[in-house]
Design a protein around this ligand. Structure first.
Ligand SMILES: C[S@@+](CC[C@H](N)C(=O)[O-])C[C@H]1O[C@@H](n2cnc3c(N)ncnc32)[C@H](O)[C@@H]1O
Length: 479
């Protein structure tokens, strides 16, 4: 694949080589030191695959209007391809990229991307390719809903893709034949679900952000064009870690897409790029893999159980409602709300496994009327500064309950996985990792409780100490 790239003007940093790694699979290795800000790869715009890329077969491309160069537009063959062009105009970004991938794959050596497409993975492990049973086995509602949503998006996109073609070609897809150079391809072979799922996986796991089409189409009403993406051949060989910084953008001057590393790499190490700061579930959902000991890992809390029920809805009595409003006001001042929106997190962090925003929301919700009225000194940015002993106890006790519930939930899920013979390594890893995270929360809570008891003990000893001299003075006075 790299040879093909070099022959076609793709500039591949000489210090890079393709390599099969034991833990991460195919990736890129540094055969020399790589410095900060070095360009890893530059790809001429012609080889990018995005929604406005041209097919290798010219007649498939929508003829450009107002083009004075008449040799560019096809003559009589135009009529045959008009329905095809009409369909093309109706497709959204992902559907267009998928159509390009399908056709370029079908025409094999006639495609300018033949060598590249030939070396892409045969299938993908993103959750959209999971069976419904596998998705259900994720059990945690946030995981199940989010995976279902992505899978439905893919299936609906395919349905719409087919409907657009049926609109122009009719419903008997086996009878319609499209000429692709010397190939006669049935429309049913293009509108193939398996192929479409492969395209979806290719797009989801391998594309880069691309705003060139966005800029070009500023006036377009179609919102989907606004988050366009592009396949960047060879640049999609880099595996991910969140510990590096990468810059990837289209260079207008050089008319090519460039990937630059902001992180140096030493000879012999794997050259990573960062797909973003993602939790394992996000990686699994969108990219089909997880990272053991991912330091960006976290579990988003469920809205239904992360807020104590007494605070989940505003109270009806006017006094209580006023107090509640004040609490919500304080939270707003800190940019917080009781609606988690997936942002209240727990992590495997021994020092603080609950996210600051979550602990702060709980602290404020449990404040008494007096505490609210005396809150001049309140500084909620310090998680370890309790509002009061009472407040701390209430928060801890709520969290202890939550932790117990979540621990038993994930332990049950693990048992079910075993009994249902769900064999996806990523699912098992995710559930085990969630158990470890909640165990970490449990240990932290126990430690907090110990600290409280210790402080209370110390206070009472201090109290004894401060009262002892008085006794002794009395004694001495007696003497
Ligand atoms: C952009 S491609 C990277 C190159 C890919 N490994 C290949 O063979 O073409 C993204 C895919 O690589 C794999 N991948 C990337 N980073 C990984 C990592 N840190 N550990 C395991 N697999 C990884 C995942 O399958 C992901 O969907």
């Amino acid at each position: 694949m790299i040879e093909w790239g070099l022959e076609n003007g793709i500039e591949w940093n000489k210090s890079l080589e393709c390599f099969d790694f034991k833990d991460t699979g195919r990736g890129v290795i540094a055969n020399n030191d790589i410095k900060e800000n070095e360009i890893l790869i530059s790809i001429p715009s012609k080889y990018l695959i995005h929604s406005h890329s041209k097919f290798s077969i010219p007649s498939l491309n929508i003829p450009e209007l107002n083009n004075s160069d008449s040799s560019n537009s096809s003559s009589s063959s135009d009529d045959i391809y008009t329905p095809f062009h009409n369909c093309l105009k109706k497709l959204n970004s992902k559907q267009r990229i998928s159509l390009i991938l399908i056709i370029e794959k079908l025409i094999k050596k006639h495609s300018i991307w033949f060598n590249y497409l030939n070396e892409l993975p045969d299938d993908y492990t993103i959750t959209s390719t999971y069976s419904d049973e596998e998705i259900e086995s994720l059990s945690y509602p946030i995981y199940v809903e989010s995976s279902k949503k992505l899978k439905n998006e893919m299936l609906n996109s395919f349905k719409l893709f087919c409907e657009i073609f049926q609109l122009y070609y009719g419903t008997d897809l086996d009878r319609v034949v499209i000429e692709l150079n010397d190939l006669q391809v049935k429309l049913s072979d293009i509108l193939n679900k398996e192929l479409y799922i492969w395209c979806w996986g290719t797009i989801q796991t391998r594309t880069y952000f691309y705003d060139k089409n966005m800029k070009k189409n500023n006036s377009k009403e179609n919102n989907e064009e606004k988050d366009d993406c592009t396949l960047v051949p060879l640049a999609d060989l880099f595996n991910h870690t969140s510990n590096v910084e990468t810059e990837a953008l289209f260079n207008d001057e050089l008319n090519c897409y460039q990937v630059k590393t902001k992180t140096p790499f030493s000879k012999g190490s794997q050259v990573f790029i960062s797909y973003g700061k993602h939790s394992n579930f996000t990686l699994m959902n969108y990219y089909g893999f997880i990272i053991e000991n991912n330091d960006q890992d976290s579990i988003p809390l469920l809205q239904s159980n992360c807020i104590p029920t007494e605070f989940a809805v505003p109270p009806t009595s006017s006094d209580e409602a006023k107090l509640y409003e004040k609490k919500i006001g304080i939270l707003n001042n800190y940019g917080l709300s009781i609606y988690s929106d997936g942002k209240f997190l727990v992590m495997q962090d021994e020092k603080l496994p609950f996210s600051w925003n979550y602990l702060t929301v709980l602290k404020v919700l449990y404040m008494t009327k007096e505490e609210i009225n005396n809150q001049l000194e309140l500084n909620l940015f310090h998680y370890d500064e309790p509002i009061s002993k009472n407040n701390e106890n209430l928060v801890l006790s709520f969290l202890e309950n939550l932790t117990e519930n979540q621990l038993s939930f994930f332990k049950n899920t693990k048992t079910k996985l075993n009994s249902n013979n769900i064999s996806r390594f990523e699912i098992t890893y995710l559930i085990n990792s969630n158990i470890k995270t909640w165990e970490c929360c449990k240990l932290w809570l126990e430690q907090q409780q110990k600290n409280i008891n210790q402080n209370a003990k110390e206070k009472s000893t201090n109290l004894v100490k401060t009262t002892t001299p008085k006794k002794s003075t009395k004694k001495s006075s007696k003497k």
